[in-house]
Design a protein around this ligand. Structure first.
Ligand SMILES: [Zn+2]
Length: 237
């Protein structure tokens, strides 16, 4: 029987990455975020859950484009540092809440991609049905209410979306995505920023959009399983 099958229930559990795989993915994703202008200075954070009660995460006060393996920190689900000399980010509480809320999640990525952040500041969710890929991967992207940086409200505002969506915009702050593996979480961030760009241009600059019909949207939502997308929102039709 495969290691990730629960012997009693037969339920397939999402496997954990090894610490080595998790650390490599965090460094690689940090660089990708940095070169794509998703983070300025020391912004953003990435984490990967590697066990029942262990998560590898980015340190605070370091550019995500210039991280070294030894800067990463291992914490438990309550945020206690288990390994590493650097301090984890105060925003890590948001990641830990997502893992507690949805036990299938293995990675959370948080950044400040500029166009997503503009929508988050304007209070406009990403929800127009205009792009097939965005409908399959994201559905819609709601805005979680504003919460002060590092406060205990930050994890609370994202919790309601951890089972229904694949990421949210954080009001007047940025964007966060989650998934069953680190690259899927990161690609969702890329997809979100791309979707925000397209909406900004068609809705706000060109002022013209041909939206997909309810029937076309339903057909795309039915394709999620084929694309390995387990959950996601529904665009507004
Ligand atoms: Zn942030």
């Amino acid at each position: 029987m495969a290691k990730n099958v629960n012997k009693e229930t037969g339920e397939i559990k999402q496997p954990y990455l090894s610490a080595k795989e998790a650390k490599e993915a965090i460094l690689d994703i940090g660089q990708r975020m940095y070169v794509r202008n998703f983070v300025a200075a020391n912004d953003g954070n990435i984490s990967v859950r590697t066990g029942n009660n262990e998560v590898w995460a980015t340190p605070t006060g370091v550019s995500k484009g210039f991280m070294k393996k030894e800067m990463l920190v291992k914490v438990d689900l309550d945020g206690n540092v288990l390994k590493g000399t650097h301090k984890p980010s105060s925003e890590l509480k948001m990641h830990l809440r997502a893992y507690k809320e949805n036990s299938d999640l293995r990675s959370v990525c948080h950044a400040h991609p500029p166009i997503c952040t503009c929508f988050a500041i304007a209070g406009i969710p990403l929800e127009s049905p205009v792009l097939a890929e965005a409908i399959i991967t994201l559905g819609d992207v709601p805005i979680a209410p504003y919460a002060e940086l590092g406060s205990k409200e930050v994890p609370e505002v994202i919790a309601p979306y951890c089972h229904t969506h694949n990421g949210v915009l954080l009001a007047n702050h940025g964007a966060v995505t989650w998934a069953e593996d680190p690259y899927a979480a990161y690609y969702r961030l890329e997809s979100m920023e791309y979707y925000a760009n397209i909406l900004m241009i068609t809705e706000k600059i060109m002022g013209q959009q041909n939206k997909l019909t309810a029937e076309q949207v339903e057909r795309l939502l039915a394709m999620r399983e084929k694309f390995g997308v387990k959950q996601g929102g529904r665009p507004k039709v």
